[in-house]
Structure formats: C-alpha cells, structure tokens
Design a protein around this ligand. Structure first.
Ligand SMILES: [Fe+2]
Length: 391
C-alpha cells in the first residue's frame, strides 16, 4: 500500500517456473484486491497454502461476539474504556464497542500470548497501539511495533500479534473494505506528495520472512481463524502454512507512529479533518498530535461548535490535555453523532484564547453511517455525558 516491497527471493518474471534448492517447483499465489485492478502481492510458498484438511466449528474459545443495543436515543456519548478489564489475546480479548456497515470499533487489552493466526476477510484492519510494544507475525513477515504506532493489516492477511510481557492496549478499527492513504496525498505515480502529513520514510515495513520455530509455533495441526460476515471459521492445516521463499508487491502490513504525523496549523482554526491520516470506505481516521495553535492575533484555538450533519465522530483520548472537553480521561472514547450539534464544554472556548500550543494526543474517526453501540459499550458508558454541557 505504501511502495513496492520484497522479502526473500522471487523469479525475474511472475507466473514462470521457480524452484527451491531441491529442484521442487514452488507454488505461486497472487493476493489481489478489487478483483485484479487494485494493489496486489505475489507470494511463493514452499508448500501450497490450500492443503487445509478440515474446517472446524465457528467457535473460538474466549472470543466475544457482540450484540447491539435494542434502543439508542440520540445522545452524545462517553464510553469509559479505562473500565474494560484486560484479558485474552489479540483476538479473544477484542471487545467491539460501536458498529455500522462500514466500520467496527473495538478495544483489546491482551494479557495472554497469541494462539492461532487470524485472517479478517471482512476488510482491512487498523490498530492504534495505546500501550505496549512487540511484533506482528504475518504471512508477509515480521513487523515490530511500539507504543503509539498505527498498524495497518490488509484484508485476508493471516497474522497474529505478540506483545512484550503479553500486555498491551489497542484501539481496533475494522473496515468493511480497504484502509489506506487518501488518494489526494499521492501524486500521479503513487508517490506520497510533499503536501501530505507524512513521507514514505515514516512507514515501517515487514523486516524478514517468517520461519517455522517449533518453540513458537508448536506441533501440527495448525488452526487458522478466519472472519467473514462477522462469523468465525477455523481452518486446520496439516503443515505450518506461513513459510515463503519470497514475495513482492504492494500488499502487506505496515506500522506508522502517530508521533511521525506532521500536523497543520492555520492563521485561524482549521477543521478537524485537516488531521486526516488514513481513509476507508465511508470513514476517515485522523491524528491529533501536539502542535502550535492558530496564529491570528484574535484566533480562538479551541474547536468551534459544529453540527457536522452527515457524520458521526468518535475521539479516543490518548494523552495530554484536551482543551475542549471536561470529564474525559485518557482511554475515554466520545461519540458525537450527527443529528445533534456538539462543541467545546462551557468555559473551555474562552480559556483557549491566547494559547500558543496544545499537547493533546488523540485519534479521531469520522464516518457517514450512524454508529450503533454494543451492549458491552453501553455497560461502560458515562450516562451523564450528554447533559454535561448544561451542568
Ligand atoms: Fe467534532
């Protein structure tokens, strides 16, 4: 998605014979998107990836499916994800909070090492690592990550996430299609432009191919969990199916630190989508990072009240002071839905005049279709938030 990348060996031409050290013909697999029109990668397997011998049940022990609330009056909402108890691994610990048909938003606070590889056939995933560091093992290789990284995982990529000490906290966005760099941040040959809020150098790519390690990967059989239409299937392989001789292409996971995001400030306040980082089908993900504030002598740096009548907006508060909000803490998620206006809490607007910088660190997601809360999110909601403007 960022640039062509290659790990290991590939033949000079795709779709031509390519043998391993013992003379065995290797199996080529092209992973393509948008039919055959979109970004793709070409992989060379030591053993064909299609030899699973069983499809098991749809139950994955510990995985928590979501249920949507029966009724959702139109309120501004505050979900206290600080209150979510840690548990499970990168997959079984996932707790879905809000959903529409374009995106699902969840939190995961793993405490256990990963078990099975997971492949999300419903869409690309974007993680934001709130706490912890570690590495992703995927079909495309090993990708280290650290606190405050975004991780983009393409649709149908088998992967699993390891945290150092098995502890971490992640915000999870599951897109219904693809998540990537907005097209207006690219020039006509696909290079990231000088106007974009990051450069090619800011993205970290898989570093080395996976190698089977009996201590890390265990004995056969090897189950892989796949999600499609919000249902899980478990495919069981008789060999470890992630060993490649090489691959090349544009499709693979990447890491990007929010601290490498280059914020923009104007003479007067710019709308929040100036901080757009990634875009998906029906939504954008934006990064609020420490920056100088607006520099007109009478500028009001605090966001103006707004009725963005086409979009729901969520904010995940990571660190620093949020000038426009009261009652919010790190790890809070606010949901400001279309249909009701929202804006800074009383007093914060006037207080911001004359400030020269903000230390806020937060992730925002704006989407067109209204978000529905899950029962789980409703159980950790601050029910007084909607009325907190009038207190
Ligand atoms: Fe807003």
């Amino acid at each position: 998605m960022i640039q062509r990348h290659q790990l290991g060996k590939v033949p000079p031409k795709p779709h031509t014979t390519f043998h391993d050290e013992d003379g065995k013909l290797l199996m080529e697999q092209c992973v393509t998107t948008r039919g055959f029109e979109g970004p793709f990668s070409t992989l060379y397997f030591r053993t064909p990836p299609t030899d699973e011998f069983a499809v098991e049940s749809m139950n994955v022990e510990g995985f928590c499916p979501f249920e949507l609330v029966a009724e959702q009056p139109l309120h501004r909402r505050h979900v206290k994800t600080q209150d979510i108890p840690p548990g499970g691994n990168f997959l079984t610990g996932r707790r879905t909070l809000m959903v529409n048909s374009d995106i699902q938003i969840g939190i995961c606070k793993p405490t256990d090492p990963p078990a099975h590889f997971f492949s999300n056939a419903d869409g690309d995933e974007c993680y934001f690592i709130y706490a912890g560091s570690g590495f992703v093992e995927s079909l495309y290789g090993v990708l280290p990550f650290r606190e405050h990284d975004y991780l983009l995982i393409p649709k149908s990529t088998p992967y699993r996430i390891h945290f150092e000490g098995h502890k971490g906290v992640m915000l999870v966005f599951e897109g219904s299609e693809h998540i990537g760099i907005p097209s207006d941040y690219r020039n006509n040959v696909g290079q990231i432009t000088m106007y974009a809020p990051y450069t090619h150098r800011d993205f970290r790519l898989p570093e080395r191919l996976l190698e089977f390690d009996a201590k890390l990967h265990g004995d056969a059989p090897y189950p892989q969990v796949t999600k499609l239409n919000n249902e899980l299937s478990v495919h069981v392989y008789q060999h470890w199916p992630y060993e490649l001789v090489g691959w090349d292409g544009y499709l693979y996971p990447v890491a990007f630190s929010i601290h490498d995001y280059q914020p923009k400030t104007g003479l007067i306040h710019l709308p929040p989508t100036i901080h757009t980082t990634f875009s998906g089908n029906g939504f954008v993900i934006c990064s609020f990072v420490p920056r100088k504030t607006d520099f007109h002598e009478k500028a009001i740096p605090c966001p103006y009240g707004h009725a963005s009548v086409d979009m729901d907006e969520i904010l995940y508060y990571v660190a620093g002071n949020f000038t426009s909000r009261r009652g919010i803490a790190n790890e809070s998620i606010s949901l400001h839905p279309k249909g009701v206006p929202h804006g800074p809490h009383p007093g914060t607007y006037a207080k911001s005049v004359g400030t020269k910088e903000t230390r806020e660190l937060a992730v925002m997601m704006d989407c067109y279709k209204p978000l529905r809360m899950t029962n789980f999110a409703s159980g950790i909601e601050d029910k007084d938030y909607h009325m907190s403007w009038v207190k």
